[in-house]
Design a protein around this ligand. Structure first.
Ligand SMILES: NC(=O)c1ccc[n+]([C@@H]2O[C@H](COP(=O)([O-])OP(=O)(O)OC[C@H]3O[C@@H](n4cnc5c(N)ncnc54)[C@H](O)[C@@H]3O)[C@@H](O)[C@H]2O)c1
Length: 489
């Protein structure tokens, strides 16, 4: 690969990556992608292990980069960035052999005597576009799945976490030749230049609005897509809920990464009979975790900052708009735009026309809506676009069954929140507005694989009985075969 543009050069352009270099790397990856079609599990595991070792060798540098980008506490870098990627790596190394094996399938009645299997082929050259909120996890997590499936990869991280993105760029450049894996930093122009190229698959994580742009770009080349999007994930705390447990878990899921989580609880419907107890429990959990009083909470090292001023203004607008329309702040409400700080905030009596009830909040605000009729809550949830997650705190089996069977969402947790993201044997993805396709574990492997149907077997020659000319005898045989399928065995 002597004529390959060096990764150092690729990273050299300030701001946006050079489109010519991106195109050159893309072309270069084609030869590798074709060669990797029959790559072995051992080769794929070796690549994943290289990534793991490089990532772990830069653990402290990551802690520093996250602190510089948005003051993310070290513990949260470990639990929400390293842990998911390490889990993905651990699972892929242990299971890729099994995932890759062609799966034999039983013949259907008309195919008796044939042999059939599903072969998992690498898609080829894939593009991973990632958001800023979990930059390491959402770049390297999909990278692991893509490598497990045998693809070459180009990654476009977010421009909003420049220190983490630059560090990941250095790691990729030092670990992989660009014909295997390359990372290009940049914003819209870089993303658009990449989307112009005929990738075999695009794995996009980000907002539903940009997801539509990505899908339209993919349509030009009929590239397959996985879209991991966002939305408003509703919460229900019903009259039977363990209120203390609900407060403890919900305050974690909501204020982890300061609410900047795709599956963050967005709006809480709380039954009137437990609302006051729930609010009291939430207040006390927040005080215990982040300090009593506004000054203590602002000084807490355990609260990540909002990623930048623009997003601080956006979240502050949601809060101010709700308050101006009559919402009441139950706790929090402090804003320091210069420091990108917004206190953990609970609101009630939010009027229906407040923007906070229609836009994804993606910040440390939680509107609480008191309810008495569960069916009305289900009706309200079903009027909104299908969310990425739905959370229910309840001990009543009937209510749990009713909510799970009458709503739709990418994923759901009962008596917890956010934690389903961490279960590597569950598909992670949205539905319609919150996403298309799945990530994680074997689902991630499949997202980056083409499931090719392969049919063989000497009995197949019997299909000639259905070839023209359609004599009366053949017509009869065809009709009999169709009628055979009406029989129950
Ligand atoms: N489902 C998930 O797994 C998941 C995970 C994290 C975040 N999200 C969602 O991501 C969103 C927040 O992240 P964000 O603000 O970085 O998202 P975003 O959609 O603004 O940006 C995501 C990526 O797309 C690029 N981009 C932005 N505009 C583009 C355009 N017009 N054309 C091409 N590329 C473009 C960005 O540079 C970035 O790399 C939220 O909606 C959140 O719910 C989803």
């Amino acid at each position: 690969m002597n004529d390959a543009p060096s990764s150092q050069t690729l990273q050299a352009a300030a701001g946006e990556a050079d489109p010519h270099r991106m195109r050159a790397v893309f072309e270069l990856q084609q030869t590798t992608a074709l060669r990797w079609r029959d790559s072995t599990a051992r080769e794929r595991i070796a690549r994943i292990e290289k990534l793991r070792d490089a990532m772990l060798a830069h653990r402290t540098a990551f802690h520093q980069a996250f602190a510089q980008d948005y003051r993310k506490p070290e513990a949260e870098v470990e639990v929400s960035e390293f842990l998911p990627v390490m889990d993905e790596i651990h699972q892929a190394i242990g299971s890729v052999r099994r995932w890759m094996k062609p799966k034999r399938v039983w013949p259907t009645k008309t195919m008796l005597g044939t042999g059939a299997q599903v072969q998992y082929q690498p898609r080829g050259r894939v593009l991973v576009i990632a958001p800023w909120n979990y930059p390491l996890s959402l770049c390297f997590g999909p990278l692991v799945s893509a490598l497990a499936a045998g693809n070459t990869v180009i990654i476009k991280p977010s421009e909003m976490t420049p220190h983490v993105s630059a560090l990941m760029g250095r790691i990729i450049a030092d670990t992989f030749p660009p014909d295997e894996v390359a990372l290009f930093e940049g914003s819209l122009p870089t993303s658009q230049a990449l989307l112009d190229m005929p990738f075999d698959h695009i794995f996009f994580t980000g907002s539903p609005a940009v997801g539509k742009v990505v899908m339209a770009a993919a349509a030009k080349h009929l590239a397959s897509v996985t879209l991991e999007l966002g939305g408003k994930s509703p919460v229900i705390v019903d009259a039977s809920a363990n209120v203390q447990m609900a407060a403890e878990t919900l305050m974690w899921g909501k204020f982890l990464n300061n609410g900047q989580t795709c599956v963050a609880p967005d709006t809480a419907y709380v039954h009137a009979s437990v609302k006051q107890a729930f609010v009291d429990a939430c207040r006390s959990v927040l005080q215990q975790r982040y300090g009593a009083g506004a000054a203590a909470q602002k000084a807490s090292a355990d609260l990540t900052r909002v990623v930048n001023r623009r997003h601080t203004q956006r979240v502050a607008h949601l809060l101010n708009d709700a308050v101006a329309r009559g919402a009441k702040v139950l706790t929090g409400g402090d804003i320091d735009e210069a420091q990108c700080y917004i206190a953990p905030t609970l609101l009630e009596r939010v009027p229906a026309d407040a923007a906070i009830l229609s836009e994804e909040i993606f910040g440390p605000l939680l509107p609480i809506i008191e309810y008495t009729d569960l069916d009305q809550v289900i009706h309200d949830i079903n009027r909104q676009p299908k969310p990425l997650a739905l959370y229910l705190w309840s001990t009543d089996r009937q209510s749990i069954r009713r909510v799970l069977s009458h709503t739709s969402s990418g994923g759901a947790c009962v008596n917890h929140c956010v934690a389903h993201f961490a279960h590597g044997n569950l598909p992670f993805g949205g539905v319609n507005n919150s996403g298309i396709g799945n990530a994680h574990g074997e689902y991630g492997f499949k997202a980056f694989s083409h499931e090719r149907a392969v049919l063989r077997g000497s009995w197949l020659h019997l299909v000639k009985l259905f070839f023209p000319p359609y004599t009366p005898g053949r017509n009869k045989l065809i009709r009999m075969t169709v009628d055979l399928l009406r029989l129950p065995f």
